[in-house]
Structure formats: C-alpha cells, structure tokens
Design a protein around this ligand. Structure first.
Ligand code: NDP
Ligand code: CA
Length: 330
C-alpha cells in the first residue's frame, strides 16, 4: 500500500499507487534552480551536459509525477511557467512566490528569479485561500520567502494547511542565528494563517537538526509540530507524549532524522547532511509512510546532481492520514 512497498524494496524510488480517500501525499523538494545550478553552484563533479535544462526538466517532471503527490512543495523554482504547463496538464494548479532579490537575477543567462511554489491536485483538493510572506529578521525583510495555502478535500470537505519555505543558506553561527529568526517569523506567519487547522510545514531549512531552528519549530507550543521522517517508524503512542519535557522531545526527534536529504561535491569538498524537513501536526495527522532516500552506492561516487539525479537535494515524499478532531476540540 502506498509508499510502504518502497520500504521493502528501496532500490526503486518509483511509487505507483496514489493514496486513497482522505489521505494526503506530500512531495517536498528543492529542485535546484536552473540558473544557480548551471552557473553558480560549482558542482565540480557533475558533467556540464547533465546540468542543462534540456536534460534536467524531464527528470524533474518524472520525479514529481511518478510519485503521484496530492500536494507539491518546491524550492529554487526558476521555471514556474514550464512546471505550471506540464503539471497543469496532469490536473495540478500552482502558486509561485519569488525571492525579492533572487541571486539568479545577477547571472546573465537567467530565467527570472527563483522562489517557492506549491501545487495541488485539482480534482482532489480545492484551494480555499493562500498567503505569501517575505520573512523578517529583527523586523527587517530578508531575501527568503514562504507560501501558505488552505486546502479542502473535495470528498469530505475537511481542510488542512500547507506551508513551504527556503531559508538562508551557508554555514556559520551567525547564519544559524539568522535562520532561527526566520523560523520565528515563519511560525508567526503560519500560525496566523492556519489557526488550529492541521498543518504541513515543509521546505529547505538549510539547517541540520542540531541548529537552533529545529528546536524552535518542534518546541513551539503554538504549533505543536512533529517531524514526519523522524516519526514514521514510531507507534502513535510514542509520538504523542503530552507530558514529555520539550527539550527531551526535540532531542529524541533529532536523533531519528534521516542521515541526509542532500549530497553534493563542490570545490570545498563533499556535503552530505539533513537540511530539508516535513513538519506536521501529529494531533491531527498520522504519518503513514515516508519515501526512502537512495543509498550511497545508488547515488554514485560523484554524488548529485548527475545524469540520474537532477537536483543536489532528494525529494521527501510523505503519506498522511487526516484524523478527526479530538473531543476537546484540538
Ligand atoms: P543564500 O545564501 O540563501 O543562497 C542563495 C543560493 O545559493 C541558494 O539557493 C543556495 O542553495 C545556494 N548556495 C548555497 N551554498 C552555496 C555555495 N557554497 N556555492 C554556491 N551556491 C550556494 O542567498 P540569498 O538569497 O540571501 O541571496 C544572496 C544575496 O546576495 C542577494 O540578496 C543578492 O542581492 C546578493 N547577490 C548579489 C550578487 C551580485 O551583486 N553579483 C550575486 C548574487 C547575489 P541551497 O539553499 O540549496 O544551499
Ligand atoms: Ca541550492
């Protein structure tokens, strides 16, 4: 059923069966901006031809469509019109919000700014409204953005919200602090938009689980979120620990995160770490399956991007069951 087949046979990343009924399949992916990937990232082990849009565009579309997601959250989108056309033909509708001062625009052969996008399956879901935000750091706008959308299941009328973001990149304590501030603003934005509606909050947070922002998001009393990939193998009783100390809850979740969501080689060396997440409301959503990442030997010694993998990030695919509200209204 669903993605479980893949856990038994993780050689294949293809997921054939769409989810049924009120279940939701979410695909979260930093697809790698065409302009940045080709002209700025310095992926020294990737053949130039593999980085051309002509080569990458089919792989990106294939990766998305073969997983049959209900909701698609993407970062580093600088070919929104193309995706809108292709995904549109497969019954998806989308929202795009560009970064205010995208680094793409400083590169001569650009195709416009990069930004975040949310697509949803039109025959299953109805868009009830959406909002966008330029994330603020100490009340000043940064160059990072977020989108939030409210979606209604056509079959049952039940609603959930989905939000996505791409936080500031690069290493260092100051940047980790900046990401944490962006995370605090993201929480405010998302809480105001979603209220008590079940929430899926995903993106490229550019932060490993040990960074402050991970604890900021999971420890946030307003949202009460869990991390899907960290929780997928647990029983429900283990996930819902209302009495648990927040610090302990975060530390435990951190240890269960996958070993990597991105794996690349630049001039400076190899980077293999977990910086992309799907956070969710465990009170109202049950995480049923998460798609495994390819193993090191499958990825190959030159890592990603490559002729096989169009982005330096892997897609995160999660199946959720939307649960009824509990008696106390939560
Ligand atoms: P970020 O630091 O968030 O990074 C932008 C992009 O660079 C991300 O998509 C990121 O990918 C990628 N990236 C991360 N690490 C590296 C690396 N080691 N080498 C190459 N690329 C990397 O940038 P901002 O959005 O904050 O934008 C930077 C600012 O710089 C902009 O405000 C713009 O004004 C300015 N700028 C000016 C230029 C100029 O004057 N010529 C040129 C470019 C930018 P990921 O998230 O996947 O890690
Ligand atoms: Ca990137």
């Amino acid at each position: 059923d669903g993605l479980r087949c893949l856990k038994l046979n993780s050689v294949s990343r293809v997921c054939s069966a769409p989810v049924e009924g009120d279940d939701i399949r979410l695909l979260q992916w930093n697809i790698l901006s065409q302009t940045l990937g080709q002209h700025n990232d310095g992926f020294v082990r990737c053949p130039e031809e593999a980085l051309t849009w002509e080569h990458r565009k089919y792989l990106i579309v294939q990766e998305i469509l073969q997983n049959q997601p209900d909701v698609i959250c993407l970062q580093e989108v600088d070919h929104f019109k193309f995706l809108q056309t292709v995904l549109g033909s497969q019954n998806y509708a989308g929202i795009f919000f560009p970064k205010p001062d995208s680094p793409c625009l400083y590169i001569e052969q650009n195709n416009g700014p990069d930004g975040c996008a949310i697509f949803y399956k039109r025959d299953k879901l109805q868009l009830q409204g959406y909002d966008t935000r330029i994330l603020e750091v100490w009340r000043v706008q940064s160059n990072q953005v977020a989108i939030a959308a409210r979606l209604r299941m056509r079959s049952s009328g039940r609603e959930f919200c989905v939000a996505t973001t791409h936080l500031k990149a690069r290493h260092g304590a100051l940047l980790a602090k900046l990401r944490n501030e962006q995370g605090r603003d993201l929480i405010r934005f998302v809480k105001q938009f979603a209220g008590d509606t079940p929430l899926l909050l995903c993106g490229d947070f550019n932060a490993e689980p040990v960074e402050p922002i991970y604890a900021t998001i999971l420890g946030c009393d307003l949202l009460r979120l869990g991390s899907a990939y960290a929780d997928v193998k647990l029983d429900r009783e283990e996930i819902l620990h209302p009495s648990e100390d927040v610090g302990e809850f975060v530390a435990k979740s951190m240890k269960r995160e996958p070993p990597y969501t991105t794996w690349k080689i630049r001039e400076e060396g190899e980077e293999c770490h977990t910086i992309d997440y799907v956070f969710y409301t465990p009170d109202r959503l049950k995480i049923k399956n998460c798609l495994d990442f390819p193993a090191g030997e499958e990825i190959g010694k030159n890592r990603t991007p490559s002729f096989q993998y169009p982005s330096d990030h892997f897609s995160l695919v999660c199946d959720f069951e939307l649960l009824p509200p509990t008696e106390n209204g939560k």
